[in-house]
Design a protein. Structure first.
Length: 276
């Protein structure tokens, strides 16, 4: 008899109303291809705890901002840790998976990240700006993000939010990795249309920048997206290290690019699940 195929619970919110993106379409495509190698069932993130014991592993994909189901997500992490259920991406990520503390830590370490503080007494560490960005520590998808003038920023820095200078960047660019292998890059050449992405050919320095954060995160398996902005002086600065459920914008790739990504993800999952 042929060996049993791994049974995987694929966590996604197909109906999440993402601005400028179609989460459901991306996961319908991915699962249609992964089914060639794995036995798959899809579920909403709120149903993961009730269903996960019947599967060999859980894949977390386009499950939407955790804030919308924080109680269910906390219960899922607790259950997966207690039972030793393999989760892809592994729950040891140091980026967005663990909140936004990493932006503070990387700022303190002098890494190329948008300067970030959380206390009024630290505002002097930020470059002077006419406007500042204030966002929740546990925010996602721009939920709760505000832009405030310089004379109001001190009143917002209460320890529960992050404060950054508002940077008039040239464009945003995202680098996509499977395990530690670079897959593709996309950028938004029009700053007012963040999710109208086009292929981007990274330079060696660009890839070195992105790989530095992938190495820092120490995840051996999984999909990560490094979001950056091109500052006025030409330097790339980290905006976000998405290591929980990064949207992949596969619709911005051509057929060959999508097939290459599916192959990389399939190989990664097989290694993760120890499938020969």
């Amino acid at each position: 008899m042929p060996p049993a195929r791994p049974r995987v619970l694929y966590v996604t919110d197909l109906a999440y109303p993402a601005r400028g993106r179609r989460y459901g379409d991306e996961d319908v495509f991915l699962t249609s291809r992964l089914r060639e190698h794995l036995d798959l069932a899809l579920c909403h993130p709120r149903d993961a705890v009730a269903l996960m014991d019947g599967f060999d592993a859980v894949v977390v994909r386009n499950s939407g901002p955790v804030l919308a189901y924080q109680d269910a997500y906390d219960a899922f992490r607790e259950r997966a840790t207690a039972t030793g259920t393999p989760v892809y991406n592994p729950l040891t990520g140091r980026g967005d998976m663990a909140g936004k503390q990493y932006l503070l830590d990387l700022t303190a370490a002098g890494r190329p990240v948008i300067p970030t503080v959380d206390r009024p007494e630290d505002l002097h560490r930020l470059p002077e700006a006419q406007r500042y960005v204030v966002k929740p520590r546990l925010g996602a998808d721009s939920i709760g993000l505000r832009v405030v003038p310089a004379d109001e920023v001190r009143g917002h820095a209460d320890g529960d939010v992050l404060v950054q200078p508002h940077i008039d960047f040239a464009y945003e660019v995202s680098f996509y990795f499977v395990d530690h292998d670079f897959q593709y890059a996309l950028h938004a050449p029009h700053t007012e249309r963040r999710w109208q992405l086009e292929p981007y050919e990274p330079t060696r320095d660009d890839l070195g920048f992105a790989r530095g954060f992938i190495d820092w995160n120490t995840l051996d398996h999984g999909i990560q997206r490094v979001d950056a902005c091109r500052a006025p002086d030409g330097e790339l600065l980290l905006v976000e290290l998405e290591d929980l459920n990064p949207y992949l914008s596969l619709d911005a790739l051509d057929d060959a690019g999508r097939e290459a990504f599916v192959s990389a993800m399939t190989a990664s999952l097989r290694r993760f699940l120890h499938v020969g």
